[in-house]
Structure formats: C-alpha cells, structure tokens
Write a new protein. Structure first.
Length: 305
C-alpha cells in the first residue's frame, strides 16, 4: 500500500509541472499587469519602469525558471497587488473554501445515496419518478442562478438567512445548498443506475433465496458494490466542486480562495492566480488518491501493490 501511495505521489510531479507551465504561459500573454497597477494616464516611461521593476521585461522562460526555483523552496511569488507572499494570501482564504466545499460534498452525498437507492428499489413507482425528475431539474439549474434565487427568497424577501459573508455557520447554509443540490442531482442518477445493475446480479438473488431480510440484502450486499462507480465519479467531481465553490463565493461574497483568485485574475496578479490553481490541482490529485484508497475499504478484493 505504501509503495502504491509513493508511486502515485511521484506521478503528481509531472502533472503539477504541466499545470504550472500552462497557467504561467497563459497569464503572461493575456495582458500587462503594469498598466493595471498604474493610473490610466500614466506615461509609457512609468509603465516601462514598473515592468522592469517587476521583471516583466525579462524573457518568459527566464521568469518561469525563476518561478520554479522559488517553488522548489516553497516560494510561490509575491502578489503585485497586495505586496505580500502569494502563498500566505491563499492559505488564509483556503479554510473558508474547504469548509464550503466539504459541507457541499457532505450534503450532496447524504441526498444522493438514499434517493438513488430508493429510486432503484422502488423502480417505476411515483417515488422513482419524483426522485429522477428532481435530479434532472437540479442538474439543469446553473449554480449562480440557484444561488441568486435563494438569496432573493430566503435572504431578501423572507429574511431567514444572511445574504453574504462567512462570519457564522448560518452564512454557509445558502451557498452549501446551492452547490450541494447540483452535486446531488448528478450522483443520484448514477447511484440509481449502479444499484439497478447490482440488484440484478446472481449473488443478490442468492442472498434473497437464503431468506435474508431485504434491508440486509440492499444495504449490506448491494449498496457496497454499487458505491464503487459512484466513488469514481465523486473523485472526478472534486474539481467541479471547487470550481462551483469559486463561482458561489462570488455570488455570496464569501472571502474564500475562489473570490481571491477571480479578483487576482481581473488584475492579472500572476503569483496569486498561479498559487490558487496550483493549490486547487493539489487538492484534486489528493482527493483522487483518497478515493482510490477507499476502494480497498469498500471492496476487500481490491488490493494495490
């Protein structure tokens, strides 16, 4: 197991290298941050002087090499806008984003698994039709639109919950529902399909023929095997979940990593954007590794060497 984990960690190095290169190259061709940092009426001499100070006049490969050298020592660069280490700015906002993403993931799973199981067990009944229809509707609604509707109804009109911020757990209810319902909609359909496939297997019919209670057949024998494809997709959904958190942070004005990344992208704050993307990539890769390890817990037949 340890050998497998070490191998997977080594495989992340080329991934991080490719991601950093693509982001660094794109950020350096979309615009000139020196012009955004200075007033609109700044002279060309002032712009050129600032570009020289920030080393933006140096070749891109030189700057990328310097960036990698700093990255090897844990230095992701200094923010142009805040004049602070980019890693410090991002890590200060990371807990808020992880809290939102974790709550949304928990809500999505708690909604999707029971609904998917019930839909499969009660196939072609009104419960199945209701759950499937709700999943289709939830999948078709964009996160930002649902967030705005929740704000208008629950925060503005009925004044039940706060509109924005992250001061207390109440501030996370609306954004968590916004992201979690979209995730639940995707996982519910997959959970239903997986359960339908599993309960049609011979070992399920054998378990029923032995006289086992239906709840034992469903939750002990069928559910564990049906969760494997759901876990696979859930690992891929982590990146989408983080992207959804970024958008939702803008809608609800949550001071998280996503809001910082979007504002830094607007001002071409290279170091902060690169740090946000790098950290997001690390979280996605780590979640994929955790999902692979969970396979061995759910199905003992799976072993890594």
């Amino acid at each position: 197991m340890l050998r497998y984990v070490a191998k997977r960690l080594l495989q992340t190095i080329p991934t991080l290298f490719i991601v950093t290169f693509i982001v660094f190259f794109l950020m350096n061709v979309v615009g000139d941050p020196a012009r955004l940092l200075l007033p609109e009426d700044a002279s060309e001499e002032a712009v050129a002087a600032l570009r020289e100070t920030l080393e933006l006049d140096r070749p891109i490969l030189y700057r990328y090499g310097k960036y990698l050298a700093g990255l090897a020592h844990g230095d992701t660069g200094t923010s142009f806008r805040y004049n602070e280490p980019a890693s410090r700015l991002v890590l200060e906002r990371l807990p808020v984003t992880l809290k939102l993403a974790g709550a949304s993931l928990t809500l999505g799973v708690l909604m999707a698994v029971p609904l998917g199981v019930i839909s499969a067990v009660r196939r072609n009944t009104w419960i199945d039709l209701l759950a499937t229809g709700a999943a289709v509707i939830g999948r078709s609604m964009p996160n930002f639109w649902l967030g705005i509707m929740l704000i208008l109804l629950l925060a503005v009109r009925w004044k039940l919950l706060p509109v924005s911020g992250a001061a207390s757990w109440k501030h996370f209810i609306l954004p968590t529902v916004t992201i979690g319902t979209g995730l639940a909609a995707s996982l519910t359909r997959l959970m239903r399909s997986s359960m339908l496939e599993v309960i049609g297997q011979d070992y399920i019919r054998t378990a029923r023929a032995k006289g086992l209670a239906e709840r034992v057949v469903i939750f002990k024998h069928a559910l564990r095997n049906a969760l494997i494809p759901v876990l696979t997709v859930l690992g891929l959904q982590v990146a989408i979940l983080i992207d959804g958190a970024f958008i939702t942070e803008q809608v609800f004005a949550i001071p998280g990593m996503g809001q910082l990344g979007v504002r830094s992208l607007q001002t071409l704050d290279f170091a902060v954007v690169q740090t946000v993307v790098l950290l997001g990539t690390i979280v996605t890769v780590a979640s994929s590794l955790v999902i692979d390890l969970l396979y061995t817990v759910i199905d003992p037949r799976i072993r890594y060497s």
